[in-house]
Design a protein around this ligand. Sequence first.
Ligand SMILES: CC(C)(COP(=O)(O)OP(=O)(O)OC[C@H]1O[C@@H](n2cnc3c(N)ncnc32)[C@H](O)[C@@H]1OP(=O)(O)O)[C@@H](O)C(=O)NCCC(=O)NCCS
Length: 186
Amino acid sequence: MSSATIDLLPATPEDADEIRALAESIWWRVYPAILAPEQIRFMLDWMYAPRQLRSEIASGQVQYQFFLLGGERIGYSAHHAGQESGEIHLSKFYLATQYHGQGLGSAALQALIAQARSEDARSLTLRVNRQNHAALRCYLRNGFHVIRNVLTHIGGGFVMDDHWMRLDLPLTVPGPNEPAPPAPPA
Ligand SMILES: CC(C)(COP(=O)(O)OP(=O)(O)OC[C@H]1O[C@@H](n2cnc3c(N)ncnc32)[C@H](O)[C@@H]1OP(=O)(O)O)[C@@H](O)C(=O)NCCC(=O)NCCS
């Protein structure tokens, strides 16, 4: 794995245009291999409508973060509470294309995993297009596994044909030589 460190920077509503521009750039470079151009346009307009993006960030229900490499914004993610208690759902995970294939996606994912652990999350989930082999490899190499396949009709005659994936984050227990935590007061 790359030894680079990725820092996470929470986005604000004022960052919505920058996030949308990054999304446009990445989607049109990567997804023509797996989606028709009409579906790319439909999904970008659906997922990155500026007003919706701003209100999602402002409400705090969805947390957007930039990936920082040496202070430069090289990608972004979004996550929100999952369906189960202690679950975090990673709904967006994107790296600018000039940074692909260098281990930086894995470094960004590790930063998100460390953040989830620090918040006592029990699992991380996500969905990924079944033909998105580079992303799938990245998730598998970082410990995620496929839990099921889901075909979703999203309107406009389009479907999302995805793997649902999960990473379990077991609670860390003290090793045999580590001191046990103090007993609670009687
Ligand atoms: C998903 C995404 C962030 C993963 O990033 P990535 O760079 O492809 O994956 P990693 O960071 O794990 O990098 C590993 C690759 O870099 C290569 N690499 C080169 N130098 C490396 C280094 N020093 N350390 C680790 N890997 C290195 C590996 O060989 C590997 O290549 P491979 O996948 O062809 O086998 C990126 O592909 C992306 O943004 N895709 C478009 C958006 C997208 O589809 N997001 C997912 C939506 S669900």
